[in-house]
Design a protein around this ligand. Structure first.
Ligand code: ASP
Length: 354
């Protein structure tokens, strides 16, 4: 081979390398924030129901799915390692601060958060209200621990990264990707204690679906979220106490009085039917409101909306109707809104808008 051809061949090889490198650097940069949950859980064997959440670290979650490297440049951070039954205001504030900081950086294209399934609907909705970025924020979880036969975590992590790396996911608020479904944060809920197909978005349906990273989107969020939300964690060091109280036939109204006596600034009732409660409960609610506590009527029923003035005169009583928000998500919104107002009419406006 002559010198000229050798130079040409070298240049061709360099060009291929440069293109390959450019291809490398063009991969989306995704940060995985791990918080624990069953997805990081471990059992003594592959077929045991008993296990402990939050045993595996973020490096282990990433190593379990080498295919992630095909989708994105990945790095991980451990924010917490808890069962999500122990999720708290403090971790929410820490997580929101970290996600906002990461997404404000030009070298991060999206964030994936691994979490337990028990309270993922609360964390997702919280972040949906306070993250100030249009970049994808995708949460995922698993019903089976990492050690289980047919663990569902690895594919959920793969799909979550595929959605976080997808420009089409941007601007849809916080998403929860699990079992091939893409849920919007608002309105999704856990429906089975053990079934892998546990999450449903009953009222408005799925935001989309994914199959081995092939994503399809069906809709956009229909309420304010992220950059359009006026709610924020800036300057917040804590959140007010809001209690959820489950109503039943023969309900003991003194539970409402106890919440107020113990410092609740808000109460969400998981009422019967359309947010109903017995006469004793209504009296206790009136006492709570007289002391400045905001009372939101939600329902223990799994779908449908709680409307104003159906069987309870909210105008006369001073209560707020939760609309489509279940008690857990209504509690999240009320905690954030109480930083702005305790006026029931204004609180109602938030529940009609967020
Ligand atoms: N208790 C677990 C948790 O929420 C359940 C799960 O992740 O599936 O952390």
């Amino acid at each position: 081979m002559g010198a000229h051809f050798r130079v040409m061949a070298c240049m061709a090889v360099l060009a291929v390398c440069a293109v390959a490198q450019a291809g490398e650097t063009m991969k989306p940069r995704i940060v995985i924030l791990a918080t624990g949950g069953t997805i990081a859980g471990a059992a003594a064997g592959g077929t045991q129901a008993a296990y402990r959440s939050g045993q595996l670290g973020v490096a282990g979650l990433i190593e379990a799915v080498p295919q992630l490297q095909e989708l994105a440049d990945i790095r991980g951070e451990q924010v917490a390692n808890i069962g999500s039954q122990d999720m708290s205001d403090a971790v929410w504030l820490q997580l929101a601060g970290r996600v906002n900081a990461l997404l404000s950086s030009s070298d991060v294209d999206g964030v994936v958060i691994t979490h337990g399934t028990d309270t993922i609907e609360e964390t997702a909705y919280f972040l949906n209200l306070v993250i100030k970025s249009r970049k994808p924020v995708v949460m995922t979880a698993a019903m089976r621990p990492a050690t289980a036969l047919s663990a569902d975590g690895p594919l959920n992590v793969f799909n979550a990264v595929a959605v976080a790396a997808d420009p089409e996911a941007a601007g849809r608020g916080v998403l929860v990707v699990i079992n091939d479904d893409i849920h919007g944060a608002r309105g999704m809920t856990k429906t089975s204690t053990t079934d892998v197909q546990t999450f449903v978005s009953a009222e408005r349906g799925l935001m989309g679906a994914t199959l081995y990273g092939d994503n399809r989107y069906f809709r956009h969020p229909y309420r304010l979220h992220t950059v359009d939300s006026s709610l924020s964690v800036a300057g917040l060091e804590s959140l007010p106490r809001v209690d959820v109280i489950y109503i039943s036939a023969g309900f003991s109204a003194d539970l409402i009085d106890a919440a107020v006596a113990n410092g609740a600034r808000g109460i969400v009732t998981a009422g019967v039917g359309n947010g109903n409660m017995n006469a004793r409960a209504l009296d206790a609610v009136a006492r709570a409101i007289a002391q400045g506590v905001v009372v939101v009527r939600s329902t223990r029923v799994t779908s449908g909306t709680v409307g104003r003035k159906v069987e309870i005169d909210d105008d006369a009583l001073g209560t707020v109707a939760s609309g489509e928000l279940n008690p857990a998500q209504a509690r999240v919104l009320l905690k954030l809104v109480l930083a702005e107002t305790s006026n029931p009419a204004l609180v109602q406006q938030y529940f009609d808008t967020y």
